[in-house]
Write a protein that binds this ligand. Structure first.
Ligand SMILES: Nc1nc2c(ncn2[C@@H]2O[C@H](COP(=O)(O)OP(=O)(O)OP(=O)(O)O)[C@@H](O)[C@H]2O)c(=O)[nH]1
Ligand SMILES: [Mg+2]
Length: 401
C-alpha cells in the first residue's frame, strides 16, 4: 500500500487534474498563439502577466468512443497506475476530464477523456476549438461488443475533426482484445480496418489515414499503443532515435529504449524492430526498480520518489542477456539489452552513456530556448497591443508625443 502511495505521489507530481469548474469550460478556454492576445482580461492587465504567458501550449490527445468502450480505464491504467481489475468500479464519465501530463520536456501533452454519450456536435459545444489544438484523436472501439454503431460514430468524428484540423493523427484502439483468441483478433482487426476505410473512401476522403492497434488494459498492449501515439507527437523523435543508434552501435548494445518511468510508455527506441517480449521485460524491470526504490530509497524533503542520477539497475537473465537501466532525467530512463560479453566493457558503456546524456541535454536546451523565444515574442506582442490597442483598454493611456 505504501508503495502504491509513493507511485501516486510521483504521478500527482506531474499529472494535475483540473477542477470541475475548469472542466466545464473545457471547450472554451483553449487558445493558440494567435489567440493569446485575445485571451487577456483586464484583470490580467492590472496584475501583470498571467500564467497563461508562462504556460507551454501542449498538444491534446482526445479519448473518444462509445459509452463503456474503456476510455477512462485506459487513462487510469496508463497514467495513474490503477490496476486493471479496479477499473470494473469506474463510474461512467459525465463531463470532459482534462489532465496535463508533463513527464519531461519531450513528453508534455493534455489528455481529454470524453463521456461516451456526449453529443459533441451539439451547437452549444465548440468542437472546432477542441479539434484545432488536437495532436491525436484516439477512438476506442469495444471489440467484445457489436461495433456497427462505433464505426458509424468513428466516421462522423473523424470526418468532422479532419475538416477542422487535417493535421490530427487518427488512432483507432480495437480495445478489450483480452477476451479474443489470436485468430479472432486478426479477423476483427481486418474487418474493422476494411469497413472504416471503405466508409472514408465512399465519402471521398481516402487521404485520411487511420492507424489501428489491438489493445487491452490487462497486458502491455495498451502501453505499447500509447507509446506509439505519443511518439508521433514528439518532434525531436528522429534526433532521439539517431542518438540511440549511435549510443548502441558504439557500446555493443543490442536494443535500447528511452522510457517514461511513470507511465511506462517508451518515447524512443533505436531503429531495430521492437518485439513485445522485450518491451514487457523493460516494463517489468521499471516496476522492480520503482518498487525497490519506494521501499528502500530515501525520499527528499518534498516527499518525491527516490529516483535520481544514481538510479540504475542491472539484471542478468538466464539466457546470457543483460538488462541495464540508468536514469537519464527526472522522469526518463534508458533500458538496454546486451550480451554478457559486451557487458564486460561496462566502463565504455558508461562513458558512452555520459556522452548520450549530454547530447539529450543539448536537445532539451534547444527546446527550452525555442519556448523562451516564443514567450518573449508573445510578451512583445502583448505590450505592442497595449500601446497600440485595437480597442482601447481600461487603465492604459497612450502617449502620442
Ligand atoms: N475485458 C476488458 N475490459 C475492459 C478493458 N478496458 C476497460 N474495460 C472495462 O470496460 C468497462 C467500461 O470502462 P470505462 O473505462 O468506464 O469506459 P468509458 O469508455 O470511459 O465509459 P464512459 O465514461 O461511459 O464513456 C469497465 O468495466 C472496465 O473494467 C479491457 O481492456 N478489457
Ligand atoms: Mg469514462
Amino acid at each position: 500500500a505504501s508503495n502504491q502511495k509513493q507511485s501516486d505521489k510521483m504521478t500527482s507530481d506531474r499529472v494535475c487534474a483540473l477542477s470541475a469548474e475548469e472542466e466545464e469550460h473545457a471547450a472554451l478556454d483553449y487558445y493558440d498563439e494567435d489567440d493569446d492576445l485575445e485571451a487577456f482580461s483586464n484583470a490580467e492587465l492590472v496584475l501583470g502577466f498571467s500564467d497563461s504567458l508562462n504556460t507551454e501550449i501542449k498538444p491534446r490527445i482526445l479519448l473518444m468512443g462509445l459509452r463503456r468502450s474503456g476510455k477512462s480505464s485506459i487513462q487510469k491504467v496508463v497514467f495513474h497506475k490503477m490496476s486493471p481489475n479496479e477499473t470494473l468500479f469506474l463510474e461512467s464519465t459525465n463531463m470532459i476530464c482534462r489532465e496535463d501530463v508533463s513527464s519531461s520536456s519531450f513528453v508534455s501533452f493534455q489528455i481529454w477523456d470524453f463521456p461516451g454519450q456526449i453529443d459533441f456536435f451539439d451547437p452549444t459545444f465548440d468542437y472546432e476549438m477542441i479539434f484545432r489544438g488536437t495532436g491525436a484523436l484516439i477512438f476506442v472501439i469495444d471489440s467484445q461488443d457489436d461495433y456497427v454503431e462505433a464505426l458509424r460514430r468513428l466516421h462522423l468524428t473523424v470526418t468532422r475533426a479532419y475538416k477542422v484540423n487535417p493535421d490530427i493523427n487518427f488512432e483507432v484502439f480495437i480495445h478489450k482484445v483480452d477476451g479474443l483468441s489470436d485468430d479472432h483478433k486478426t479477423e476483427k482487426q481486418t474487418d474493422i480496418h476494411k469497413r472504416a476505410n471503405d466508409d472514408l473512401a465512399d465519402a471521398g476522403l481516402e487521404q485520411i489515414h487511420l492507424s489501428f492497434y489491438l489493445t487491452s488494459i490487462y497486458d502491455h498492449s495498451i502501453f505499447e499503443a500509447f507509446s506509439k501515439v505519443v511518439q508521433k507527437l514528439i518532434p525531436q523523435l528522429p534526433t532521439l532515435k539517431n542518438l540511440l543508434n549511435i549510443f548502441i552501435s558504439n557500446s555493443g548494445i543490442e536494443k535500447a529504449f528511452l522510457f517514461d518511468v511513470v507511465s511506462k510508455i517508451y518515447i524512443a527506441t533505436d531503429s531495430s524492430p521492437v518485439d513485445m517480449q522485450t518491451y514487457k521485460l523493460c516494463c517489468d524491470m521499471i516496476d522492480v526498480v520503482i518498487d525497490i526504490s519506494c521501499i528502500y530509497g530515501l525520499m527528499d524533503s518534498q516527499g518525491r520518489l527516490p529516483y535520481d542520477q544514481e538510479s540504475m539497475a542491472i539484471i542478468h537473465l538466464n539466457n546470457t542477456t543483460v538488462m541495464y537501466l540508468k536514469e537519464v532525467t527526472k522522469f526518463l530512463a534508458i533500458v538496454c539489452f546486451l550480451r554478457k560479453e559486451s557487458f564486460e566493457r561496462k566502463g565504455l558503456i558508461d562513458y558512452n552513456f555520459h556522452c548520450f546524456k549530454n547530447a539529450i541535454q543539448e536537445v532539451f536546451d534547444v527546446r527550452i530556448k525555442v519556448q523562451q523565444n516564443r514567450k518573449l515574442l508573445t510578451q512583445r506582442r502583448f505590450l505592442l497591443s497595449c500601446l497600440c490597442p485595437r480597442t482601447p483598454r481600461k487603465g492604459f493611456m497612450l502617449d502620442m508625443r
